[in-house]
Design a protein around this ligand. Structure first.
Ligand SMILES: C[S@@+](CC[C@H](N)C(=O)[O-])C[C@H]1O[C@@H](n2cnc3c(N)ncnc32)[C@H](O)[C@@H]1O
Length: 285
């Protein structure tokens, strides 16, 4: 079956680049020494693989779409592998850690994918950057594109589903990531302070949210947004957001690690209520 991003991934690099604040969080949450071997699952065009390679990690980028792999920067110290998360072409315990950046909502079989990632990472950390569907507030974007809310609820696993997927043999913690206003990675929520950017085709085409939504619904939302920006109605209703430095859209880091009780290779499964810790860092949602 052709990879989804073979059809929606063209031009991805035009607006999608690694943001250093996201990279800082990944490095902090991985908590691995430079030189360790890290798998980037659903690596896309490899911008986060490259950023981590520049921080000293040995990076392997796994990506199913040739359209995405072909946009990767040449001559950088990243090993590319074609494949899907559901069937990782690596032996057990091949990596010291793994990152999954804005990709788990695309997995066809999430439980299989998570089991595979745990298999190849063995006891190392797994850092996921995703959208927490339970954290959906009412960003203005959903006022114009209500289909996004349904899309998020259908595609992004809740944090408790993630907890179940890893079967609570791991400790799982969540850290909301309020979006800085000047993010350089143009994913769907990134331009929350700059509604005009959503009128730009290049920006929209870098996001699966727009590319996977019924074009007639997108056109309808865009026409209303454009009209509201011209008339000033957008600013009257939502303009206060233009003075914020960051906004808690619902994007969240989830870190999965073996329990601290692992001693000599034995781990105790933690009862469900104790294995999930949400770390709230004061986002504005
Ligand atoms: C939004 S892009 C994110 C790419 C990259 N992680 C980044 O942050 O720039 C989602 C990526 O997940 C990949 N993907 C989709 N289904 C996948 C699967 N089953 N296994 C691995 N990757 C998958 C897509 O091909 C796409 O490159």
């Amino acid at each position: 079956m052709p990879a989804l991003y073979d059809s929606i991934g063209t031009g991805y690099n035009a607006t999608r680049r690694a943001d250093c604040r996201i990279v800082d969080c990944i490095v902090e949450l991985l908590d691995l020494a430079p030189g360790r071997r890290v798998l980037d699952v659903g690596a896309g065009t490899g911008s986060y693989s490259l950023a981590l390679a520049e921080r000293g990690y040995e990076m392997v980028a796994l990506e199913p779409s040739s359209v995405m792999r072909d946009q990767a920067q040449a001559g950088v110290p990243v090993t590319w592998v074609e494949g899907t998360a559901e069937s990782l072409p690596f032996p057990d315990g091949s990596f010291d850690g793994a990152i999954l950046i804005l990709c788990i909502h695309h997995f066809a079989d999430k439980p299989a994918a998570f089991a595979e990632v745990r298999r190849v990472v063995s006891s190392g950390p797994i850092v996921i950057f995703t959208y927490d569907p339970d954290a959906i507030d009412s960003p203005w974007l959903f006022h114009y594109f209500p289909a996004f809310r349904t899309q998020i609820r259908g595609a992004f696993p809740t944090l408790s589903t993630l907890g179940e997927a890893f079967r609570c043999t791991d400790s799982i913690s969540a850290r909301p990531f309020p979006l800085p206003h000047d993010l350089v990675d143009g994913f769907a929520g990134a331009a929350w302070r700059y509604p005009e950017r959503y009128l730009e085709r290049d920006f929209r085409e870098g996001t699966s949210a727009f590319r996977q939504t019924d074009p007639s619904l997108c056109e309808e939302g865009l026409a209303t947004l454009e009209r509201d920006l011209e008339s000033g109605a957008w600013d009257v209703r939502f303009g206060a957001i233009r003075s914020l430095q960051e906004y808690g859209h619902g994007y969240t880091f989830v870190t999965i690690k073996p329990p601290k009780s692992v001693v000599g290779g034995h781990s105790a499964a933690l009862p469900a209520p104790f294995c999930f810790a949400r770390k709230d860092n004061g986002s504005n949602r």
